[in-house]
Ligand binder design. Structure first.
Ligand code: ZN
Ligand code: ZN
Length: 132
């Protein structure tokens, strides 16, 4: 299946083919702050699965001390949505903000990481692997 993730204003997009290599939620403070939400919902696709991407995006690169890796985030210059990112320890994958897939959305994520930091009111379904 071919899916397109779009930023909030619709200008920036990325289209990928197939299913994600990794797809999960993360409760770490980094993901919560990036999204402004209770957890991050991230899909990692092989870079080779990217069909097309477009729209004007800026980049923000930094070293993530907790995970000891470098991240580069690409965000829409018009609306600020962080649409995609790369992580130095996963050079063949591209991270996509999975909530940006709306038509059609992705299915149920397979894992819940940094789960020890899960907010007390968040309930993760039994079928999702929990760790970290
Ligand atoms: Zn935008
Ligand atoms: Zn995280």
């Amino acid at each position: 299946m071919r899916r397109t993730a779009r930023c909030a204003c619709g200008d920036a997009f990325i289209t990928v083919e197939g299913e994600p290599s990794q797809y999960g939620i993360c409760h770490c403070s980094n993901c919560r702050r990036r999204t402004g939400s209770a957890f991050g919902l991230s899909a990692y696709f092989p870079k080779a699965a990217v069909i097309e991407r477009g729209g004007a995006m800026n980049e923000f690169a930094f070293h993530h001390a907790t995970f000891n890796h470098d991240q580069c985030r690409h965000f829409c210059v018009r609306c600020g949505t962080t649409l995609i990112w790369t992580i130095s320890t996963m050079p063949d994958l591209i991270g996509i903000a999975a909530g940006c897939f709306t038509d059609p959305p992705l299915g149920t994520p397979s894992y819940s990481t940094s789960h020890s930091q899960c907010l007390e009111w968040v309930e993760v379904p039994a079928g999702i692997n929990k760790g970290g």
